[in-house]
Design a protein around this ligand. Sequence first.
Ligand code: ACO
Length: 435
Amino acid sequence: MLASGDTGKSTLTITDNRTGKSYEVPITHETIHATDLRQIKVNVDDFGLMTYDPAFMNTASCKSTVTYIDGDKGILRYRGYPIEQLAERCTYLEVAYLLIYGELPNKTQLTEWAAHITTHTFVHENIKKLMDGFHHDAHPMGMFVSTVAALSTFYPSAKHIADHKERELTFYRLIGKAPTLAAFAYRHSTGMPFVHPDNDLSYVGNFLNMMFRIAEPKYQPHPILEKALDVLFILHADHEQNCSTSAMRSVGSSHVDPYSAAAAASAALYGPLHGGANEAVLHMLDEIGSLDKVPGFIRDVKEGKGRLMGFGHRVYKNFDPRASIIKRLADQVFEVTGRNPKLDLALELERIALQDDYFIKRKLYPNVDFYSGLIYQAMKFPDQMFPVLFAIGRMSGWLAQWSEMVSDTEQKIARPRQIYLGYGKRDVPMLSQRQ
Ligand code: ACO
């Protein structure tokens, strides 16, 4: 079937007005190949035409079958399945399997997968020593990034990235150990002893156990909170070529081991414009403090004095489907934990922003992070743990994308071009001649 309009041709004709020459370049999947532009030159020895696209606003860096997003319609699907159905009908471990292997597991596959993950939740004793070395007030995300990187030294054979057995082991280990590292980072920061994994519990139940168990002989997670966190992990599991996933792919394209690449992805997630946003939302709500300060805050944002954190998205320009699910989830969680008093502030901010021209014109809507922090806080997670929680959920997405990238024969080491605007050649003056 032809993808083009009525001409029957899937090509683009470009006329270079500098030379009057015309070029025809193929269009595939609504995309032209950037290297096809290199033939466009004024002189034979020119480098050829490039595209300039800071922050990759309109550049596809890969072909992928993992996640589909339609930002205008507010659609998010993993491997074709709508996020709403996955959140309702699956567990996080089923979704992680789906992302990595492309299909949902059947019962036998799920039992095996869960067993593999569960048997890889423990970490080497030296990891604990490593964590003990962090300062008492070290940010748990900093500890998480460093210990994920450190895992590469414990599993050096993971560098054989073409070996499928090694890849599988890495999936089990990184998905299995991410909650353990996260919980240990938290326990270290509170001066509490580390709690070993309890493999009788679910993936999320065990994480809550390692986070919050004190003296009870057997930790029993609240089923509603356990389900809510599981859904949050599902919602955060993948989001196609976002900043941290691009980091995972870009660093992984050097063929470094996947632990090092996952550490780079975690580092990217740490930033306040990405996984740090939900932490920033709570700080913002704290700063606003009371309902009467909301209009003033919105006015400041419109005057360019800061951003309304948890609002806006590079891709979603209508609504973030994850935000709608989270808003419903918040009600269920607050029934158990009691209402988070900051919810009223958040609702008021949302109400005002959604009818304000500034936000309407720029298509700024609540994103996944606007309400997730309120839920985490109600569940007693400290603010600093929010990006770490995001990283646990996103680990499966990073691994699925990494695995796709290393198997993709069209991929090479990531290496963008630049437009050089610096000096032309000049001679180095002697020290005595420099002003
Ligand atoms: N508050 C106020 N104004 C905003 C906001 C915001 N949250 N987001 C964007 N704008 C404005 C910008 O100032 C800009 O206005 P201008 O055209 O007058 O200059 C316009 O909207 C476009 O903004 P960009 O920064 O160009 O949009 P971009 O797509 O690059 O940014 C981003 C997306 C980073 C998410 C941005 O909306 C933002 O900073 N949001 C707050 C942080 C946040 O919530 N991040 C979480 C993202 S979701 C995630 O990572 C899981």
